[in-house]
Design a protein around this ligand. Sequence first.
Ligand SMILES: [Zn+2]
Length: 320
Amino acid sequence: METPCPLCGATAPHKMTMPIHARTFRPTAYGAIYECAACRFGFVWPRPTLAETAEFYELEGDVYYTRGVSHMATGGQGFWERLRLHLAWRLDYGESLFDVILSELPAGASIVDIGCGDGAFVVRLCAAGYTAIGVERDAASLARQRGTALEGSAEALPRELARGSQDAIVFSHVLEHLIDPVTAFATACALLKPGGLVFCEVPNNESLIAKASGLAWAQLDIPLHINFFTDRSLRRLVALAGARVKRGYFCNFYRYFSDSFIATEQRIHDRLPHGLAKRNSKARSWAMLARAALATPARKYDSVGLVAAPGTSSSEEFER
Ligand SMILES: [Zn+2]
């Protein structure tokens, strides 16, 4: 089984199929993942419609982060768990999206956080001296309730946002949810003033934790996630959207040693048909810590980010 890669047109063989919704554990028709042999872009095929993606977020008890409620499981916090997490924290040299923004944008800059969820990041940007506003399609999100976000989505941007009016766009863990991330990225670029920047961050599909946990990986999150990026395929997307990469970064390491992540992956594992996923155990977590500590950033961190600017990409930048 194979299908053409939406980003580069090369052959994308079938990689694996997640048979259940990672949060409701009900069967899903959108769990077959294909991965491009050339650019490493992973994607769910066939694609859901926009109306169907809205249904994926209808979760019992409104358990979604846009509403300030976490779906993550909780685990115990014994001595060894705390030690493991502390060691992982000491080894975490990843840059945060917030620090990357601080280093690139002067105070007072205008920022739109598209898919802002609960709006906590918008509040943090405003507190740092930026003029930030969110965009969120979930009317029940805390951000919409508190007035820190406009109604809209990456596919349908709010009319209040004029073309050429913004210094920066943020896509924080959003592009992996979109049916057409290239068009969404390009459309958002039109909101920027000359010299404006896009900050995007997504789960890193070539991380050690992604490979080790497979279908139970907490960030696979089928069917809410339908695109799976690597540094290389994210750069490819930026080039296709008519932008060039200014800098890249990797982040998020120690959190996947937390009991919350381990318990969440165990819960998914336990609901999968026997033999489909490997168990994320506390013992495995120690081995993972040792391996990840020595790995390259592209393998160590569970998220990858880029700062991009509209304008033609040089081939050198996305052929990396
Ligand atoms: Zn490709």
